[in-house]
Design a protein around this ligand. Structure first.
Ligand code: NAD
Length: 420
């Protein structure tokens, strides 16, 4: 299994990062092995009836990286590229993210290899409900709590909550987070990840002595993370000059009108063709001059090909794993791009998911202002921790963030000891 996982480039990337940090921490072989490998890898077949009457069998996965510090927490992804190795890497990153943010969780991730854009709502509902049924032996609010990720949304979480609750015989809202407000979702959850990306990026501008008002940003991805980040940037006075999605990229040096862009995307399904902008090559967009580049789509979008050409001052990683280790080395050597690593930059989502779970367990609803101010406190604390450690130890922000997280997990494992 080790060999199979390592054959996936995203898992190999997560392990390369882990090994580098474990060397830096001088982690014992015992703790290194126990921290690195996932506790559970679950793969199921998910048969559904398509709208045309055919039966189609999909493959679904769930990886529970570690349960040492509490239930695993992590998204569910629907995408044609989903593979077990990729899901295992994302679960590992979630593990470090939860530890860095001091949340009482381990990391998990799930996914189904499918193209949600080519499926009807009914097909997606059948797929989600069947996947949930297959996962029931392995999930509960104290073991594994899912949330939305690429290709899934509040509605997907609503179907999971309903399927699980029907099986339990009573409503169990704490089985998922990122669900609709009507099902005891949390105020502020849908915007939390994007809001956190913009919050970390704007705070970093200030820390670097740069002005927030009139700063510029380019965003790759205009889904849950990218679109909410765009809203939050605009509210802070930052101009969003470029946006890309899977179908194309657009540019307006004077700043895009995000409200009109959202209306266009709601109608057309893509940012492409937005009238108040010009089209631009998506690869070129990433290399346009800007203060903040925010990759909020796929992993591995910043590579050794484009890293030397980036013209941003801050790289705000909204996506998980957007920067390859080779690109990291190039940016490190350049020394002129301030990186806010994914496990910090996009941690707003899991933090508010934690708030949602707490509210569900307490049967209590917080106001949005409470949610956002508690989120800001946690993000500010984590940013300060990462910055202090990186300055004291003379390491990059990524190594700093992962070192704090891996040390936290290793200490918990050491304290629990190993079951004989
Ligand atoms: P989403 O499905 O809502 O949106 C994804 C966006 O990326 C879409 O606009 C899509 O068109 C675009 N995209 C896909 N392929 C692309 C490509 N090749 N080039 C340019 N754009 C492309 O997904 P999301 O929830 O916004 O998640 C985006 C990223 O953020 C993922 O890496 C996810 O793991 C990470 N993330 C999400 C959350 C969350 O709360 N949703 C939390 C933390 C991290």
């Amino acid at each position: 299994m080790r060999k199979e996982l390592l054959q996936h480039p995203v898992f190999a990337m997560a392990v390369e990062q882990f090994d580098q940090v474990a060397d830096f921490l001088d982690l014992s072989d015992d703790l290194r092995e126990r921290c690195k490998w996932p506790k559970r890898l679950i793969t199921v077949t998910v048969p559904i009836r398509r709208d045309d009457g055919r039966t189609e069998v999909f493959f679904g996965h769930r990886v529970q990286h570690q349960l040492t510090r509490g239930p695993v927490k992590g998204g569910l992804r629907y995408h044609p590229g989903v593979a077990l190795g990729e899901i295992a890497a994302l679960a590992m990153w979630m593990n470090w993210k939860c530890a860095l943010m001091d949340l009482p969780y381990g990391g998990g991730k799930g996914g189904i290899t499918c193209d949600p854009r080519s499926m009807s709502l009914g097909e997606l509902e059948r797929l989600t409900r069947r996947y949930t049924m297959e996962m029931i032996p392995f999930i509960d609010p104290e073991t594994d709590v899912m949330a939305p990720d690429m290709g899934t949304n509040e509605q997907t979480m609503g179907w999971i909550a309903d399927t699980y609750s029907t099986h339990a015989g009573h409503l169990v809202p704490s089985i998922v987070t990122g669900k609709p407000l009507a099902l005891q979702g949390s105020k502020g959850r849908s915007k939390a990840t994007g809001y956190g990306v913009a919050f970390c990026a704007c705070k970093s501008l200030v820390n670097l002595g740069l002005s927030v008002q009139g700063a510029t940003t380019v965003i790759q991805g205009f889904g849950n993370v990218g679109a909410h980040a765009a809203d939050a940037f605009v509210s802070s006075g930052v101009l969003v000059t470029g946006v890309a999605d899977v179908d194309g990229a657009i540019w307006n040096a004077r700043g895009l009108n995000i409200r009109l862009l959202r209306e266009h995307v709601a109608k057309i399904g893509s940012v492409a063709g937005f009238s108040e902008s010009e089209p631009i090559d998506p690869a070129q967009l990433l290399c346009q001059p800007c203060d903040i580049l925010a990759p909020c789509a796929l992993d591995r979008s910043i590579t050794c090909d484009n890293a030397p050409k980036l013209r941003c001052k801050i790289l705000a990683e909204g996506a998980n794993g957007p920067t390859t280790p080779e690109a990291d080395r190039i940016l490190d050597a350049r020394g002129d791009v301030f990186i806010i690593p994914d496990i910090l930059c996009n941690a707003g989502g899991v933090t508010v998911s934690y708030f949602e779970w707490v509210q569900n367990l307490q049967r209590f609803q917080w106001e949005e202002q409470d949610v956002i101010s508690k989120l800001e406190v946690i993000l500010t604390k984590a940013m300060a921790k990462v910055s202090d450690f990186s300055q004291r130890q003379h390491v990059s922000n990524r190594i700093s963030a992962q070192a704090i997280a891996i040390r936290t997990v290793a200490d918990s494992k050491a304290a629990r000891g190993m079951f004989p």
